[in-house]
Design a protein around this ligand. Sequence first.
Ligand SMILES: [Zn+2]
Length: 385
Amino acid sequence: MIAHFPKPQRDELLGSILARFIKRQGIRDDKIALDILFGNRKIVPSPLLQGHIGELHANIGHLWQVEPADVVERHTLLPLFKPFIPAGRYKMLQTNLVELALNTGTLRSGINASILKWPSQYHICPECWREQVQSQGYTYWQRLFQCPGVESCPDHGGKLYNSGVSLSSDRRHQFVGTDSVHIPSNKDINSEHKKLQLSSMVRQLLDQPLPSVTLLQWSTFYLRLAKMADCLDGARINHLKITHQVQSYWKRGWLDSHGLGLQEKPNWLTAMFRKHRRPFTYLQHIAVWLALYPEQKRAAEIIAEAKTLPELCVPLHQSRYKQSESDETKTEKREAWKQILTADKELTLKAIRQTPQGARLYSWLYRFDNQWLLRILAQLEHRFW
Ligand SMILES: [Zn+2]
């Protein structure tokens, strides 16, 4: 039974805690370390989303009294995605990390994270690093600095430094610690204000348990944000103006380098201001908040606000179909439908839908003018059934 386990530091990655344990115990064989920690020699370390936490807990629970789910929350990157995906799906991913490992496929489909540019090497803040040495006598990998998009330290205001240590070890079963890092002696270059704000926002997502907000609540949220940012033309969202604002705030180079480029049409930003059919990542949300929110707000405030909103019921995706945008079109479609009905009073609904024009009209009305169509059909029920 394990007799000593290192004290986990706030915001330390789980793999970093385990690497410190292995070093202190003087264990040289990766598989022996796995056996002691997990009771399972087949585990492959995953620096940012370490799984098999239940097995770990069975072996060290007596020394580190924490629920496995809390280990996920405090020492992996998963909580970054929580506010942006449905609660049930988040729970599923969390359970996955506790019981097994989260494979990339599950992660991709679960949080739609494939647009993120995941780091290949660990990043550190040289100032934090010096403080760790002074106060603890050792260093560790900080979770915040490995999050895609985070380029500066919110505490010291400086740019992060690439440690040169790869996130994927040459040794398949090794937990990688901080031993080989040599920090630069030159003074930090101050980071831009907006990048610091972004880092702070990411930290706010990691630091506190935040609620999940449904996709349709986010849809309502972005409709309101468009209004607040003066990006509505009447009832219609001005996507061009939104794109322009986001692009001029972040600059094209930055957006491209983070996988957030807006050159394609339609792009992720346009999709964000329509009805949400899939989740967006924290980086997309934060990039938009910082560029469009009229005043500075904390991530928790914004998420709490979104959580209180009703789910979007107006089908925003209508805007994809130009003809559906005007009331005129609606009137035309209704008229055309009525004409078919009056032209041949014996015609059944089935027969109408078998003609190309009837089928087109029916599916349009069904989608965009559903209430009206159902009312008409109800009135004519005797004719149709
Ligand atoms: Zn720092």
